[in-house]
Design a protein around this ligand. Sequence first.
Ligand code: GDP
Ligand code: MG
Length: 595
Amino acid sequence: MKHIRNFSIIAHIDHGKSTLADRFIQYCGGLSDREMDAQVLDSMDIERERGITIKAQTAALRYKARDGQVYNLNLIDTPGHVDFSYEVSRSLSACEGALLVVDASQGVEAQTVANCYTALDLGVEVVPVLNKIDLPAAEPERVCEEIEDIIGIEATDAVRASAKSGIGIEDILETVVQKIPAPEGNPDGPLKALIVDSWFDNYVGVVMLVRVVDGVLRPKDKILFMSTQAQHLCEQVGVFTPKSESRTELRAGEVGFIIAGIKELKSAKVGDTLTLVNNPASEALPGFKEAKSQVFAGLYPVESHDYDALRDALEKLQLNDAALNFEPEVSQALGFGFRCGFLGLLHLEIVQERLEREYDMDLITTAPTVVYEVVMKDGEQIEVENPSKLPDLGKIQEIREPIITSTILVPQDYVGAVMTLCNQKRGVQRNMQYMGRQVMLTYDMPMNEVVMDFFDKLKSTSRGYASLDYEFKEFQPSDLVKLDIMVNGEKVDALSLIVHRSTSVYRGRELASKMRELIPRQMFDIAVQATIGSHIIARETIKALRKNVLAKCYGGDITRKKKLLEKQKAGKKRMKQVGNVEIPQAAFLAILQVS
Ligand code: GDP
Ligand code: MG
């Protein structure tokens, strides 16, 4: 165990985590150059294109250190987006150390801080690394100071590196060996292995990534899941180099995979502890909080006969994404579809994209919403994750909305603009701290406002410099109303929204006018109205592309003219019914374009 180091890389998005991980693999000879195409750890196509890491992956590396000894370095990659901070803490639970990578041309950003604190809270040794020193804009000295000022860890000795040009890679590995403690644990004790991640593989079924804390695990061992008491036969154990390689055993201190003929991801819950049926541990390791859906949206097939295919696709995606939830939903306007729960907006976008790309689905997605707690006058409490399902306001005692605590790091020049934005979004300032050239702002904000467009606005008001991290705080009573959209006098349920009363009229007007731009003109006038309860707060008309039906008439045959006009009216009616379906996708997301 003296020669094992388990570590993760943590960073703000784009600071170079994945590039650095690839360098380590290359340096330690895990893959040939040919196999090193682009970024190996980010294996999914979408990850590669978007340049983000969705699922944590791992690589066991062999490194010959300057002391002449060979060390087994287990690298556990972590995702770096705010939606997935939950997975960051999961990966860190399997490690004794973390490399904190900071882009030397950008400096400390919100998730640098958040991830670092997660690591420190878990008692993990944090080793700072300054990356991208090849860039002319790199300011390693200033960024060192920032790490010390803002995060409060020593950074003078931080390795200066460039993952891109390969500078400092060996220095980092050497620091890992020296600064990060070897794992502790009892190889002779009863088996305790923490499930860090699990996923579904088409050939072998469920694969579990585990950190063995105590004991030894071998193929043919009978394993016991401590939370469910389910028993399975261990078929194969091994490590990723990052290619999978079978081993004869996994010992205390090691990280590796287990295959045990499990068919359902549900049975291999992340955070559960594995032990042996014959010599069970007396208590389980501390697990993780379950990931809870924060953002909901309706997904509907454009063609109603694709409903079954959409369900199949969602089921398949869920095999690999335990954080994705869905249940059937019926909309008057959109027909049969699914209400889906996501960790955040990015998660929603990724799922939507995978459905469209990998499963060839044409989808209508409704505007994302958060979940509300509603207390009824009769005392019943319900959760509302679809605005059109909000009960009659007359029957409601109180609506509570989710509040998040957001931490924003922004250069001083943009503080004023960012504060104005936070106020517009009903934020309540909790703290403001000057830290070198940057300011750290802490605001409590309704999550609903953040889901809408806060992140984009934050970036545009700060020329891209502000960064954001947030976590759920609590549900708070709030003065909320339901905003409905009527198209030609009919309420379109899929367009309903829950908004704060103070911004409801403004939003209603803006939304109606956006709809006018987005819904194509048809053969008749289309009235778009925004209503709150029985009040109409805005009205727009999409003018008809009028075909002059009377031009076909000759003479003054009144009845003929009447008949034609009648026919056109009937057309209007028919269109009104299918009119809902003809509303383009963009219109369902129009609220995202309204501030
Ligand atoms: P991650 O989001 O932290 O995983 O970041 P990536 O590893 O995906 O890197 C983000 C971007 O920064 C990519 O375009 C990389 O090519 C680039 N990058 C990473 N490391 C360096 C570096 O040392 N120097 C320069 N110039 N670019 C880098
Ligand atoms: Mg990455």
